[in-house]
Design a protein around this ligand. Structure first.
Ligand SMILES: Cc1cc2nc3c(=O)[nH]c(=O)nc-3n(C[C@H](O)[C@H](O)[C@H](O)COP(=O)(O)OP(=O)(O)OC[C@H]3O[C@@H](n4cnc5c(N)ncnc54)[C@H](O)[C@@H]3O)c2cc1C
Ligand code: SF4
Length: 578
């Protein structure tokens, strides 16, 4: 069969750039000349970069995104297959160390248009109000320079733009509901419900998750086949590739793919003047710009700032505080696996579809601050084999034997808040990549509070798995979701950027991605990262061209610009394209 079965939908008119079984980009991309000074260069077109690009282009700015990876045509480039999906990840060399070294590569960063939102599982809980003031409330970490209430309109906005499916009433943090209905349960979700119910733990079912529970514009609904972290070839899972990039291009933005930013250039005026980058042939280029926004993820963002050291900024750009690269965070992401007598078939649903945040907040009865969440995880066979090898030390025939029972296993993931510590950091290694650029050296150590929290979270998650009826329970220690390393704060002596992502040191240099988070809660960070990007875009738009020339910092909160949302945001089942 040559064409997809389109059901009630109309067949796409032609074979333009495909972003799913139905969605197409038909417009030719605008191309700027390198010696043409654009308004903004955004480094990285991922979760934050994609939202920024769309907003700034729609507001009429001339904007180019430099993206190290490819601009995916999903029909041509993607497969619904675990082993065929490795090109989605940032697999370039990095050095990892410390007492608890982080696994890098597939476990964290994306590479290619859409970035990490292409391979995320799309769990989209909001951060809780307490996350914004953990120092004031609990005496740990750092407060944010903004409150939950500042970000709340952007949470609500992005939940419509993705859109997010979830329950009508979500009880944790600031209680709220979702405009789009929840998903049906898969086997692993049913196990979580059973385990939580037996222990009297409230559980949210069917979301919040940025996966379509009904058709939306030119994107079809989920078909529950479980290849979400392989990209979702169907186009039902939200990624900025399918939610924001099409409108960015229609609004006149350029995405230059296979373009690896190597250095941000500082001009004699003390303002940045553009970005050096390498194309796929290793040839160097320079794009002139009036302002630069770095959105390259918590490892590549500090790496680029450090690699941009120059006279007067010997420690790296925007690093007068010495905090570039510091306060890197990962969430504890232990996977707990339980074997059931009956088949669970955990692959038959999106991995993300049920969770509890009942243990999220600091509990005075605990001997640690902050908390954790428990979520569904549905590893496909290769990931499951890796987890069994780690959890049970199974190999050879023993591993084959475990794999025969794959259908009878369920997995839950805990998501635990690890605090921001100055010694968890990104620096430059002596090793270089294929462009000759020093690679990132990532050091990670667990501290006392982190160890106690992980222990308690692991015990509770195993208890829930047994309560669900598992006859055998094992676990694998791991980490997820890197954030921090260029944190925002009011004090230039202890942070890299202000509350609008503007570096304290350089008036026309911004950072906008997960690296600006001062703390991370135990909610998955993607929604917060995109909400922050929409807010920073609103700020830049409200400042107009003064950003390009003035040193003055207007700290007034910008108005929320709903009118800049991608078309179709407020419709349901309404075709986005005419
Ligand atoms: C398996 C997995 C599952 C996940 N599931 C969830 C989930 O369910 N919910 C959730 O909220 N989060 C989830 N996450 C985390 C989420 O994907 C990230 O937190 C988020 O994408 C980070 O956004 P970002 O904008 O900081 O960076 P990214 O989205 O990674 O974007 C950075 C982009 O910059 C590009 N880039 C980097 N350096 C350069 C350079 N020098 N030049 C040019 N381009 C560059 C990269 O190629 C990339 O495209 C998951 C992550 C993984 C690995
Ligand atoms: S389960 Fe749904 S969201 Fe996940 S890959 Fe399949 S269609 Fe996409």
């Amino acid at each position: 069969m040559d064409e997809p079965i389109d059901g009630a939908f109309q067949k796409p008119a032609d074979r333009a750039h495909a972003l799913g079984s139905l969605q197409r980009i038909h417009v030719p991309m605008r191309r700027f000349k390198e010696n043409e000074e654009v308004d903004y260069v955004i480094v990285g077109c991922g979760s934050a970069g994609g939202v920024l690009l769309q907003r700034l282009a729609r507001a009429g700015f001339r904007v180019v995104a430099l993206e190290a990876g490819p601009f995916w045509d999903t029909e041509r480039d993607w497969v619904s297959d675990e082993s065929g999906s490795h090109q989605l990840y940032w697999e370039d060399p990095r050095v990892t160390g410390g007492k608890n070294p982080l696994a890098l590569g597939a476990n964290n960063c994306g590479r290619g248009v859409g970035g990490g939102s292409v391979h995320w599982a799309a769990f989209t809980p909001r951060f809780h109000p307490s996350d914004f003031e953990i120092y004031t409330r609990d005496g740990v970490g750092a407060d944010w320079p903004i409150s939950y209430e500042t970000l709340r309109p952007y949470y609500e906005q992005l939940e419509l733009e993705m859109p997010v499916a979830g329950p009508a009433y979500y009880p944790w943090g600031h209680p709220h509901g979702y405009a789009y209905g929840p998903h049906p349960m898969g086997g692993v979700g049913n196990a979580l419900i059973k385990g939580c119910s037996a222990l009297n733990i409230p559980v949210s079912i069917g979301g919040p998750v940025a996966i379509l529970s009904g058709s939306h514009g030119d994107r079809p609904h989920c078909i529950y086949r479980g290849f979400c972290i392989q990209g979702c070839k169907v186009g039902a899972k939200a990624s900025t590739l399918v939610t924001h990039v099409p409108d960015a291009l229609e609004s006149g933005a350029e995405i230059r793919d296979y373009s690896m930013a190597s250095r941000i250039e500082l001009g004699v005026s003390g303002r940045v003047v553009g970005v050096h980058y390498f194309d796929s042939n290793g040839i160097g280029h320079f794009q002139k710009a009036k302002a630069v926004i770095v959105a390259g993820y918590s490892i590549e963002t500090p790496r680029l700032l450090l690699n941009s050291a120059c006279p007067g900024h010997e420690k790296g750009l925007a690093n007068s505080s010495g905090t570039v690269g510091r306060y890197l965070m990962a969430q504890a992401g232990n996977v707990v696996l339980g074997r059931f007598d009956e088949p669970v078939r955990m692959y038959k649903a999106p991995p993300a579809h049920a969770l509890t945040e009942e243990f999220y907040e600091t509990n005075p009865k605990n001997d640690f601050a902050r908390g954790f969440a428990i979520q569904t995880v549905g590893p496909l066979p290769i990931a499951f084999a890796r987890q069994m090898a780690a959890a049970k030390k199974a190999w050879g025939w023993g591993l084959r034997r475990e794999m025969m029972d794959y259908n009878q296993w369920a997995t839950f993931g805990l998501l635990g808040e690890i605090l921001p510590w100055a010694d968890n950091r990104v620096t430059l290694a002596e090793e270089t990549d294929r462009f000759g650029l020093p690679v990132a050296h990532v050091v990670f150590n667990l501290h006392d509070n982190d160890k106690k929290l992980i222990h308690a979270a692991k015990e509770k998650t195993m208890e829930v798995m047994f309560a669900a009826g598992a006859t055998e329970v094992v676990q694998e220690a791991r980490y997820a979701h890197l954030v921090g390393a260029a944190r925002m704060g009011a004090d230039p002596r202890s942070s890299v950027v202000d509350k609008f992502g503007r570096t304290h040191d350089i008036a026309n240099l911004f950072v906008c991605d997960g690296s600006i988070l001062p703390s991370q809660g135990s909610a998955n960070p993607g929604l917060t990262i995109q909400a922050l990007a929409a807010r920073i875009a609103d700020y830049l738009i409200s400042q107009g061209s003064t950003i390009f020339t003035s040193e003055r910092r207007d700290m007034t909160e910008p108005p929320l610009r709903r009118e800049l949302a991608p078309p179709g945001t407020y419709g349901r089942g309404v075709p986005r394209r005419k």
